[in-house]
Design a protein around this ligand. Sequence first.
Ligand SMILES: *Cc1c(COP(=O)(O)O)cnc(C)c1O
Length: 393
Amino acid sequence: MSHHPETRAVRPPVVAPVEGQPVSVPIHQNATFAFDGPADVAAAMAGPDGAFAYSGYTNPTVRALELAMADLEDGAAALATASGMAAMNSVLRGLLRHGDHVIAQRQLFGGTVGALADLAGRWGVEVTYVGTDDPAELRAALRPESRVLVLETIANPTGHVPDLPGLLAAAREAGLVSIVDNTFATPLLCRPIEHGADVVVHSATKYLGGHHDVVGGIAAFADRERYVAAWNQAVTLGTVADPFGAWLVLRGLKTLPLRVRRQCDNALTLARRLVGHPAVAAVHQPGLPDHPSHARAGRLLAGYGGIVAVDLAGGSAAVEKFLGALRLVLNAGSLGGTETVVSHPATTSHRHLDPEARRAAGVGPGLVRFAFGLEHPDDLVADVEQALSVAAG
Ligand SMILES: *Cc1c(COP(=O)(O)O)cnc(C)c1O
């Protein structure tokens, strides 16, 4: 039976499955999957582990990224989402109920602080912020309804590294589920599940994607139960990753080890160069011997990260001149790609904090934060030094 052209246009011959294995994961740019009968569709839609049914649930390209990240983070499963915030919110909502208590690191990404404030104000979840150098602070904050601990491997912008093994052991002892945001370390520098974390969250927008061209997120789970709870939230919120975004992150992963190594090298080179510069009051990089987290970072991390924060001697007046004078380094809010970027945390990432919380996060008016890319270090040094002379002039 020959169909009409209208039908043939929408039902072309199906391409037979290829025999060779594609070396690069294909982009399955497809929303829904067809089966032989309704029972197969129903079975596929029953949960995250059935056949692919709908790309709002998961998709072969998205699943490839999830498998890659579960493997890199030593997890049992992973969930790829539309952004880092989508990953964090899916995890938090999958774990928390009304009346639960959260203990969180004092220096936390602003978006996460905002998400916790929203859960507190609208959903009755209480939050206590603690210092993360001594597990006794965590123990002192415990309540019968404490349920979740939230940490970051390397805090933005000061490079503070929490006592992960001590805190995660204390959390486990108290029956808390621990979430570690590993965005700044990447699984190349640290795998928090090895230290006892239950859930690892990433903004894939940053180093995993690595090219400033995609917004995405990942959560990796030590156990499947919490993965399914977070997946249900991502489906409910509609924040599962799309195939093209997932593909860009997968592509980024292939060069992650090379990029992270170069970014760590560039950060340390620039940090060492800026120490003692007359226009610089302080340099914050965990690779510097006098950084408060230096020894711990050396034990826990396979590199000191690509971030350097610098207090300019001239305060906020110098900041404006300095940022305006940079030619190679870009003024940009996000980070983690191939280009070196700089930001002014007090007026961007940390603007919502009250002055006391900003001080606690180490963010003064004269602080600028670099996230190093892949440029030649000599070109970066030249650009930063010429801008410092403009700022001092
Ligand atoms: C950027 C960032 C996030 C949020 O990720 P998005 O992809 O922007 O939603 C979460 N945590 C950290 C540490 C980040 O830097």
